[in-house]
Design a protein around this ligand. Structure first.
Ligand SMILES: [Zn+2]
Length: 431
């Protein structure tokens, strides 16, 4: 029989002073860190110096988060091009290659430097927020080969908080179930879908998830986590599941606390939400591209464009953390568009659809008529409704509420919207 769970996993911080600092003190804290990394990167990262020089900027021009707007955003495509010209890191690294511990290779290929001493906060902050505690035994089911996530980021972060790690890697579900049964590991790191595989395999093997296994907390990443899947897994295992968001290059950009209030930005990153067409910050509550700056001196990426869309909020979170939060990831920038000057994105089309259970599928189509933008939602219904005109008006109201722009609704036959269609399709021509 596994030992009964007595550990308090409800309240915990990795760096309480940082995580709960007065909100009004945070900008100055971040500005000071920002000035430090800008000075450092200008001196030590050739690619960053070139970028500043070509924009006519000196480190003294960047004093605050607002000043970041002066620096052109670095897109992933640009990073890849510069790495091709000047391998392995394109001049983005902040230390000589001989001072690295590892070199990672992500699909692309993109090369990432792995530092000697791992001091990043984000993943470890997220693990503690989710309920990981010193002395926990964690199974890490992400791939340890080539890519930096499992080995560099997760393994090191688990070590930071004092967890024992089983470097299981991906695949071989039956073996992983046996490991979980024998070692009684109580914390999980992996994708939500692999956790579901483990649940199913455990059943097939005639074992009981709660009696034979001992998972108490799961920290998932790299996949969408629908609430329905989360609650299914939480119930099956009787465990807490929290998620985090980040990229291979810039690492953790947000982690959930127990309150499930979006994802908290770690204290060693600056996240801006910008209008992708201008690079200017849009302010809290407005949708735009996630652009991130890290204080990591080994790989000091400044204004790195993730290509992901989100909304930032600075309202207080009941967990006590005062950092801003990304409300949710709304989709990719290249699927978003502007209608009558307002930025709209695929996540909003989903939000409209979710308000009306009769809808099975929607697609927003943007056209231009007499120099004016028009938006029409094509809507497929699950079945015929008795008052289509009433439903049409209600959906149009939802479009206004969610997108802040007027859009018409046109009911179409089932299957009329192609399976691979974009949620928002821009059919405007510009002559
Ligand atoms: Zn919170």
């Amino acid at each position: 029989m596994p030992k009964p769970e007595v550990m308090d996993r409800t309240v915990g911080f990795l760096k309480k002073n940082l995580e709960t600092m007065l909100q009004k003190k945070r900008p100055e804290y971040l500005n000071q860190k920002l000035r430090g990394v800008i000075q450092y990167a200008y001196k030590n990262s050739q690619a960053f110096k070139n970028k500043m020089d070509s924009a006519g900027l000196k480190p003294k021009d960047i004093q605050t988060i607002k000043d970041l707007e002066k620096i052109p955003i670095t897109k992933k495509t640009e990073l890849m091009e510069l790495q091709k010209k000047n391998p392995p890191f394109g001049g983005f690294e902040g230390v000589p290659i001989t001072e690295l511990r590892r070199i990672f290779i992500s699909p692309g290929p993109i090369y990432e430097p792995g530092e000697m001493e791992y001091t990043e906060l984000g993943w470890a902050q997220g693990m503690v927020a989710a309920g990981f505690r010193p002395g926990d035994m964690a199974i890490n089911t992400f791939s340890y080969h080539m890519v930096p996530f499992a080995l560099q980021m997760i393994d090191n972060s688990l070590h930071q908080i004092g967890c024992v790690t089983i470097p299981a890697g991906i695949g071989n579900t039956e073996q992983q179930v046996n490991i979980l049964k024998t070692l009684k590991a109580n914390t999980y790191f992996g994708t939500p879908s692999f956790l579901l595989n483990i649940a199913e395999k455990t059943g097939e093997m005639g074992l009981d998830l709660r009696k034979d296994l001992n998972l108490k907390v799961g920290f998932v990443a790299a996949e969408m986590l629908p609430e329905s899947l989360r609650s299914k897994l939480e119930q099956k295992f009787e465990m807490i599941i929290r998620q985090a968001y980040g990229t291979a290059d810039i690492r953790c950009l947000g982690y959930e606390c127990l309150k499930k209030n979006g994802v908290h930005v770690p204290d060693d990153k600056i996240v801006e939400i910008v209008d992708p067409s201008t690079g200017k910050q849009v302010g809290p509550g407005k949708a735009g591209e996630i652009v991130a700056t890290t204080f990591n001196k080994v790989y000091p990426l400044i204004r790195f464009g993730t290509g992901d869309l989100s909304v930032l909020t600075e309202t207080a979170c009941p967990c006590g953390r005062t950092s801003p939060r990304l409300v949710k990831i709304l989709g990719r920038v290249d699927q978003a568009t502007k209608v009558r000057g307002l930025f709209i994105h695929p996540g909003q089309a989903d939000d409209v659809a979710s308000k009306h259970p009769q809808i099975s599928k929607v697609q927003g189509i943007v056209t231009r008529k007499e120099h004016k933008d028009e938006m029409t939602f094509q809507v497929e219904l699950k079945e015929e409704v008795s008052q289509p005109e009433k439903l049409k008006n209600e959906i149009e109201q939802s479009i206004r509420d969610v997108m802040k722009v007027r859009g018409g609704v046109q009911f179409v036959l089932k299957g009329a919207i192609p399976a691979e269609a974009n949620k928002i399709e821009d059919r405007r021509t510009w002559e």
